[in-house]
Design a protein around this ligand. Structure first.
Ligand code: NAD
Length: 333
């Protein structure tokens, strides 16, 4: 049966990959995207031909706008809520915008869902809510120990969704993806930063000892997991929290070396520089619940996904050079 789906933050990294996934796999679904086009949102991420489709609708607007969200939610069966301020370091400089967008914006959506009633509300949270692993692998009952204002705002958002589920019985499911990587990721994030620095022959700066490791999920695998959350039996998913990751980890230093080796660049392009607050030390997810509830398992091995990602940045220099120019102009001002 055809569906009407609203994607918040659909011009960002995961959002735009998910929009492409949905339009390509379900051409008869109606897709609505709402995005306020912050520095992280980019209309270039959405294929231009999508805008000509009668069942694709892009709305520029903010999720904190109650009237707008009510109007949009009235039109759809499913919401995939990805819009957020998403950068850990930026959250340390400017906490309030993270509360406004991530917590308040999510509450506005909860309220509109409660009033309108829809089939399901998929809230995209984050593995950052856990902080550094105290037990490995990390399952969904791992304590919530936020290391940054970003992480705390994602806890505020997802616990608000959970409270609306408990109090008002909204059909919500909470997904906690581990670190995603792949095409169209903003160059502020570590993998695209290293790739674009290596392609430009610049130094790749590693903070702390470089041994911090993460469970890296290729973005298309994450899109498949969200797809499963849209189509699985809602009675089994309501109120559940589900981790999305691979069950394996790779360190920052290993990634820098893999990128330099693949591009045939010398490893002495690696430089060491200071510490970065807010960073977790280690993440590896348990994959059991995603397998059980979504029948989903990541299929992209890290090195293969990294090569696809490097190749995408090699083929699309105009996409990331534009972002580098903006970053440079901010540094100069
Ligand atoms: P991103 O920063 O690339 O994209 C966020 C998008 O949200 C942008 O298009 C931005 O314009 C939009 N946005 C921001 N504020 C908005 C507002 N008030 N109203 C409407 N749109 C707004 O982020 P991403 O990496 O694609 O992450 C998407 C979601 O997944 C976020 O909720 C993030 O917390 C979560 N997540 C990301 C990762 C990851 O590794 N990238 C991992 C786990 C969870």
């Amino acid at each position: 049966m055809t569906k009407k789906i609203l994607i918040t933050g659909g011009a960002g990294f995961i959002g735009s990959n998910f929009v492409r996934f949905l339009v390509n796999n379900y051409p008869d679904y109606s897709v609505y995207v709402v995005d306020s086009l912050t520095y992280a949102g980019n209309l270039d991420n959405i294929p231009p031909e999508f805008f000509d489709r009668p069942n694709f609708h892009f709305v520029e607007g903010t999720i904190t706008d109650k009237q707008l969200m009510k109007k949009l939610i009235d039109k759809v069966d499913v919401i995939v809520h990805l819009a957020a301020e998403s950068h850990v370091s930026y959250s340390i400089q400017n906490v309030s915008i993270f509360i406004e967008t991530n917590v308040k914006g999510t509450q506005v959506i909860c309220e509109a869902v409660r009033e309108n009633g829809i089939e399901r509300f998929i809230n995209i949270s984050s593995s950052e809510v856990y902080g550094s692993a105290v037990t490995l692998p990390m399952d969904e009952n791992h304590p919530l120990l936020p290391y940054s204002p970003y992480a705390a705002s994602k806890i505020g958002a997802e616990r608000m969704v959970y409270a609306y589920y408990k109090t008002f019985d909204i059909p919500a499911v909470i997904i906690r993806p581990f670190n995603n990587y792949g095409p169209n990721q903003h160059i502020e994030k570590v993998i695209p930063r290293f790739i674009t620095q290596a392609l430009s022959g610049e130094l790749l700066t590693i903070h702390d000892d470089g041994r911090q490791s993460r469970d890296w999920v290729y973005v298309e695998d994450c899109c498949e997991a969200i797809d499963k959350a849209i189509h699985a039996d809602i009675e089994k998913l309501k109120g559940e929290v589900i981790n999305i990751g691979t069950g394996k980890d790779t360190s920052i230093i290993q990634i820098a070396e893999m990128i330099l080796d693949y591009l045939g660049k010398p490893r002495d392009l690696i430089s060491w520089g200071g510490t970065r607050p807010g960073q977790v030390q280690r993440h590896i997810t348990s994959t059991e619940k995603a397998k059980r509830l979504l029948d989903w398992k990541a299929t992209t091995e890290f090195h293969r996904g990294l090569v696809w990602t490097i190749e995408w940045y090699q083929k699309n220099p105009q996409w990331w050079q534009k972002l580098r120019k903006i970053e440079l102009s901010h540094t100069l001002n």
